[in-house]
Design a protein around this ligand. Structure first.
Ligand code: ASP
Length: 418
């Protein structure tokens, strides 16, 4: 595609990832200098861009899953792929949580912090967090058409997997007809995604300007050490843990970073794994070079349930609250924090600030309740945007690593070679 230019011969300023990075920097600067005026002038581009991305999500995941699963073939292969995927999700989320746990205990960002004077921000709309059993039940849509119409991603994944499995058992005449239809639909959605991504520099400019303009700087001072602890943990996970896993699978991390840089930039500026999903899928198929079989399995589900950054955040956030309130946490309580942080990250939706709302699951689990807790969480909300952007980037990066690693273990040769 002419506008989607990654060739090394094109001038540097014509390359999409360079344009996205420049747009991020320009947006941050404009938001900082001109505040609300800049947000008003440019923010609409971000809104349109997010709407375009969301427009493509349902048809993209649906066609991708059906074709991907149909290409896996036997139920045995499917089971193996599913087990690897879930194993990867659990392993990386737990590693992220443990990194956060160690840092928050060593740095103690909440000890002696005075949150009393901090302003209490308005909480986002509170939906009761789901229990694990509920999440599993929700997988089965009672009406697949409603799941598609309502954008119920887990329901669509479930229905898509079943369609893919049974598609392979149809007699040849039907199989090639309907299979071909899904395949062509998927190719069309990928092409459309590519077209939308060409608008990314403009969309990112709008999103960054608004994000920077809307975040005040006062509360940052109070919560500076908390933010630094979180950012440190996320950075370790991004630059040490996940690259080590890539290396173990025989993938050069820097090649992978370069291949998924657009998806990472998009995750950072949208703070939404779900909105980023089309970009992630395109990057992993077209640039990382993983098969549709693996990407369609790992990425859509990953965008909903594999959130390493969010998992780390839940753990650090809750222990920070406990430290501020001088609420001692026994070893057992810390184990409960680890497990519920994992559940909270699985249950969090891939939308901005979802992780913050899920933090109540973890505080409840260790009996940390009361108005003070709400005040502290309100204060954390005031500085949540940049942390949300960063953790979303790690959520998405982990999904892409999972796809590359699983593709390698499935014997795919061309993954992250250039
Ligand atoms: N915004 C994150 C995401 O979409 C979820 C969170 O708030 O942690 O991945």
């Amino acid at each position: 595609m002419s506008g989607q230019n990654h060739s090394s011969r094109s001038p540097w300023y014509a390359r999409l990832h360079v344009q996205i990075l420049l747009a991020m920097a320009a947006g941050a600067l404009l938001g900082l200098l001109f505040g609300d005026t800049a947000a008003w002038l440019l923010g609409w581009m971000g809104t349109i861009f997010i709407r375009l991305l969301r427009m493509i999500i349902v048809p993209l995941i649906f066609t991708s899953i059906v074709t991907g699963v149909a290409s896996v073939g036997s139920a045995r292969n499917l089971g193996r792929l599913g087990a690897k995927t879930l194993g990867y999700y659990l392993l990386t989320s737990l590693l992220a949580i443990l990194t956060g746990l160690v840092l928050v205990n060593v740095i103690q960002p909440g000890a002696g912090a005075d949150i009393g004077g901090a302003r209490q921000a308005e909480m986002p709309e509170l939906r009761t967090p789901n229990s694990l059993a509920e999440i599993f039940l929700r997988l089965i849509p009672t009406n697949p058409v409603a799941a598609l119409a309502g954008g119920d991603v887990l329901g669509i994944i479930f229905f898509g997997i079943l369609l893919g499995v049974f598609l392979t058992q149809l007699p040849e005449a039907h199989r090639s007809r309907i299979g071909g239809l899904f395949q062509s639909g998927f190719e069309l959605m990928m092409l459309l995604t590519g077209g939308i991504i060409r608008l990314a520099p403009l969309g990112v400019l709008g999103l960054m300007t608004r994000a920077v303009a809307e975040t005040g700087f006062e509360t940052f001072r109070v919560l500076g050490i908390y933010m630094a602890t979180l950012a440190g943990g996320l950075t370790l996970h991004l630059f040490v843990t996940l690259p080590l896993l890539l290396l173990l699978a025989g993938i050069r991390p820097w090649v992978h970073f370069r291949n998924v840089s657009e998806a990472m930039a998009m995750a950072f500026s949208t703070a939404s794994s779900s909105a980023t999903l089309p970009v992630t899928m395109r990057a992993v198929e077209k640039r990382v070079g993983a098969s549709n079989k693996v990407t369609s399995f790992v990425l859509p589900m990953g965008a909903t349930i594999n959130m390493d950054g969010t998992a780390l955040y839940e753990c650090v956030g809750v222990i920070f609250i406990a430290q501020v309130l001088d609420f001692g946490l026994s070893f057992q309580a810390q184990v409960v924090v680890v497990l519920t942080a994992l559940l909270a990250s699985i249950g969090a939706a891939g939308i901005p600030s979802a992780g913050l709302v899920m933090i109540f699951i973890v505080t409840e689990a260790i009996n940390l309740r009361g108005p003070e807790v709400a005040v502290i969480i309100g204060t954390m909300l005031a500085v949540d945007r940049p942390l949300d952007m960063y953790r979303t980037m790690i959520n998405v990066f982990s999904d892409t690593c999972g796809a590359a690693i699983i593709a390698r273990t499935e014997g795919e040769k061309g993954v992250d070679v250039s």
